[in-house]
Design a protein around this ligand. Structure first.
Ligand SMILES: Nc1nc2c(c(=O)[nH]1)N[C@H]1C(S)=C(S)[C@@H](COP(=O)(O)OP(=O)(O)OC[C@H]3O[C@@H](n4cnc5c(=O)[nH]c(N)nc54)[C@H](O)[C@@H]3O)O[C@H]1N2
Ligand SMILES: Nc1nc2c(c(=O)[nH]1)N[C@H]1C(S)=C(S)[C@@H](COP(=O)(O)OP(=O)(O)OC[C@H]3O[C@@H](n4cnc5c(=O)[nH]c(N)nc54)[C@H](O)[C@@H]3O)O[C@H]1N2
Ligand code: SF4
Ligand SMILES: [Mo]
Length: 728
């Protein structure tokens, strides 16, 4: 019998980067626990970590490429799969043009340095402008604000929660999500520590969340109105002379235009829209401005709304006007070992906006991608430039993007679809071919994205735990194989491709590329072989299996700014224009409907952990939360099945009555709805739940940024109609 061995690595399921220790006997996992010696997580994990083992061993996980036939799926070889995929893509591109093949990348891409780097290589080889990703149902507004204000889409300021005295949270629930765009393990204790050291936390959310329960103050806000609250706060900062730029004084531009832009938004004039009275908003603003070190932070609930772009911009504005940007305990920038931001000039990843638009609705491009709310219509509506084929990778847009039913229909009409995924799920079941990559424990890991978005400067490298079987391929190898086949046919006109081709020809892995980046980064010794011992490299980082701590975040402005004049424009033009739209919106009378918002739950990870029994056991969690008064008004009882209906569809779910909801607002988690025929998710299918995105509306969008407006979807709720029992 094999002896038990210990393997240390980072859990790559969410953004928190917890250190884990996996005890195993040969290829059998004995346990997955928190690594007490990890420099960042100090032993903390959440209940999801064990799902790494469950997915690894899941009999439903695909291990060879499969092709759909009239009688079901058949296994095929990698070469056959690559050749067929390339031939079909080329056929569609030559018939209908390059842009007729679209590409969608989902969330796990960012948790895998291989797919992050080589997904780009593939995308360049495809040469289609119809690129989409989960960004446009997520953090797009923050990236847009970062691009326009700081000159780089990834310069999203990170709340320095370990040192702040005042943490203002809008539309985030870090106690459950474990934090997003503020990577740090053990979020709950870090938040508790703010109060222990005499600081304050205020949560603004239409639901009294698990995070709100830990806060000093929780404010119920009408969904979709954060931009009004924030504009009113900025208005108050000016009116009550609370603006203190401090150390930012010399490099902030446009303060007068800002004052003008927020002039119409007194707290009193916004009260009817937000549901928060003027006195409360003024006091909140004073508390924030007078705190020694404060930071304002907004996440998914703030981003995915009709004024998501304005909301993300105003958060930066508040941190700047109170002198809290780029200072300890405020909103700071990382100095990561792999400094993607610092290389901006060299690799040209600064960002871009509105260089072209989506075909049917004319929604703006951001960072080379179009908003995913446009995907279904761009497939369905005939005409020049129509999308006729799709490549998906690490995504499940049928469950994760608004009006999933419409996208589901659209996918059926494609001439060809290929999915790079480990499961046959609600989206990939439409593919002609599925290419399954290795899963987490079979490849090495360096969190190229999340070290850039963390609350401390840290670096950690995890080697693969298990050797993949020879007939498996990593995500990056799949992308690389497809790119190598596609690029020559697509003319190789793009210099990127030429460079990529050189890379592909050699045995250059994504880890080599990361290593090179680290050596050339702020802690590296460059390429001088004699100096290698003194600087960071993957090898050096790997010598510390519990991670390398590079210290707390440090002030870095104005040097780190990527704007041309090294100044921060407080009011980029598109935002001042958007304030006019915001002002007009105020005159819209709120309809007498319930407003639907989302939620996350500790044992979920978007749509894809439900095939682990341990993640779904217990009482049903896909329930509609409703305030007692709203339930009484509709004569609804706790636990009964209700029908929720929106403009685009309806679902049936059990009702859970709770005063944690704001009156007039209901909440349903996302990522459920595993009842669509043809998926192969046996465990998930046993507790399917319903998909909130069969209710969210693809026509609801932030017209400025193109992010989906998921928050505040108008719905009606009534008792579900008993289905008549079919006659024998
Ligand atoms: N209503 C509503 N909708 C939402 C949200 C919400 O709050 N409310 N949240 C949004 C957010 S923030 C996000 S990020 C999106 C997520 O949206 P998506 O990324 O589209 O969906 P996921 O559920 O994360 O699907 C991930 C897919 O990747 C596969 N996968 C897992 N690991 C790997 C891997 O290593 N390689 C490959 N190739 N595949 C892998 C899984 O099997 C699964 O099919 O959902 C969004 N949708
Ligand atoms: N357990 C678990 N953890 C996860 C994930 C998961 O699916 N499950 N997903 C991961 C991903 S991809 C991401 S992006 C992060 C997201 O991380 P978070 O943003 O922290 O997660 P959410 O729980 O979606 O928090 C959104 C909050 O916004 C509130 N809200 C909704 N509408 C509004 C509004 O209009 N205004 C305001 N102020 N609040 C509103 C909701 O009630 C909710 O509490 O979580 C990550 N971590
Ligand atoms: S908090 Fe995130 S990184 Fe930590 S164990 Fe849970 S899923 Fe993994
Ligand atoms: Mo996300």
């Amino acid at each position: 019998m094999n002896s038990t061995q210990k393997h240390f690595r980072t859990c790559n399921l969410c953004e928190a980067m917890c250190g884990i220790v996996i005890e195993h006997q040969g290829d059998k996992i004995v346990s997955i626990k928190g690594d007490d010696d990890d420099s960042f997580s100090r032993g903390h994990i959440c209940p999801k970590a064990v799902a790494l083992g469950d997915i690894h061993n899941d009999p439903d996980r695909l291990r060879t490429p499969i092709r759909r036939t009239s009688t079901g799926w058949e296994s095929i070889s990698w070469d056959e799969a690559f050749d067929e995929v390339t031939a079909r893509i080329q056929e569609v591109q030559s018939k209908h043009g390059r842009h007729s093949v679209a590409f969608y990348q989902g969330n796990p891409t960012v948790h895998n340095h291989g797919s992050m780097i080589f997904g780009q290589v593939f995308s360049k080889a495809l040469r289609s402008k119809n690129r989409f990703s989960a960004t446009s149902v997520d953090q797009l507004p923050h990236m847009l604000a970062a691009y326009l204000m700081f000159g780089h889409q990834l310069m999203m300021p990170i709340p320095d929660i370990d040192r702040t005295d005042f943490f203002l949270v809008l539309g985030g629930n870090p106690v459950i999500s474990n934090g997003s765009i503020m990577s740090a393990p053990d979020m709950k204790n870090r938040l508790k520590a703010i109060r222990t050291r005499g600081g304050k936390m205020v949560v603004v959310d239409p639901r009294r969340t698990e995070t709100a329960e830990l806060a000093d103050q929780h404010l119920f806000l009408r969904p979709g109105t954060d931009a009004f609250l924030l504009a009113a706060m900025v208005h108050t900062l000016f009116e009550e002379k609370l603006v203190r730029l401090g150390h930012l004084q010399g490099f902030v531009e446009g303060i007068q235009s800002l004052e003008k832009a927020v002039a119409p938004f007194s707290p009193e004039s916004c009260a009817a829209v937000t549901g928060l009275d003027g006195t409360t908003v003024r006091q909140l603003t004073r508390d924030f401005a007078n705190a020694k070190r404060a930071v304002c932070y907004g996440r998914v609930g703030l981003c995915t709304q009709e004024f998501g772009g304005a909301g993300a911009w105003l958060i930066n504005v508040i941190n700047i006007l109170t002198g809290n940007l780029d200072r300890e305990g405020g909103a700071m920038f990382t100095s990561p070992a792999l400094d993607i931001v610092g290389y901006a000039d060299r690799i040209g990843m600064r960002g871009s906006f509105d260089r072209y638009r989506s075909r049917v609705r004319g929604l703006p491009e951001f960072g080379g991608e179009l908003p995913v709310v446009a995907l279904a219509e761009d497939i369905l509506q005939p005409g020049a430039g129509q999308i006729r084929a799709l490549v998906t990778s690490a995504g499940n847009p049928v469950l994760s993007t608004p009006n999933g039913t419409k996208l589901d229909e659209a996918l059926k009409s494609l001439e060809f679809m290929v999915a790079i995924d480990i499961y046959i799920n609600e989206t990939t079941r439409h593919a002609n071919i599925i290419l399954p990559p290795t899963f987490s424990l079979e490849h090495d890991n360096y969190d190229a994205a999340f070290h850039v978005l963390a609350i401390r400067n840290t670096a950690k490298y995890s080697p693969a735990l298990f050797e993949r079987s020879p007939d498996m391929r990593h995500d990056w190898e799949i992308f690389s194989a497809l790119a190598a086949r596609l690029a020559p046919a697509n003319g190789l006109v793009n210099p990127w491709i030429r460079r990529a081709k050189v890379l592909l020809g050699k045995h250059l892995t994504p880890t080599h590329i990361v290593d090179l980046g680290i050596r050339l980064g702020p802690y590296g010794a460059g390429l001088n072989p004699l100096a290698q011992k003194s600087g960071l490299s993957i090898k050096k980082i790997a010598e510390s299996p519990h991670g390398v701590d590079l210290g707390p975040l440090r002030p870095s402005l104005p040097e780190r700014l990527n704007t041309r004049n090294k100044k921060i424009p407080l009011v980029p033009e598109i935002f001042s224009k958007d304030m006019v739209r915001l002002d007009e919106h105020r005159r819209h009378q709120p309809a007498d409907e319930l407003l639907l918002i989302g939620r996350r739950e500790i044992r979920t990870n978007n749509s894809w952990l439900h095939n682990s029994q341990r993640m779904i056991k217990g009482k049903p969690r896909c329930t509609l939360l409703m305030h007692p008064a709203d339930a009484a008004q509709r004569a609804l009882e706790d636990g009964q099945m209700v029908q929720v209906r929106s403009r685009v569809g309806s679902v049936e779910v059990p009702l859970a009555i709770s005063d944690e909801m704001m009156q007039g607002v209901v909440s349903l988690p996302h990522g459920w709805g595993h009842n669509r025929a043809g998926s192969r998710l046996n465990v998930a299918g046993s507790v399917p739940g319903a998909s909130i995105n069969d209710l969210t509306d693809d026509t609801r969008v932030d017209a400025l940024s193109g992010v989906a407006a998921l928050s505040g979807t108008p719905v009606t709720v009534c008792a579900a109609v008993e289905k008549p029992v079919a006659a024998e």
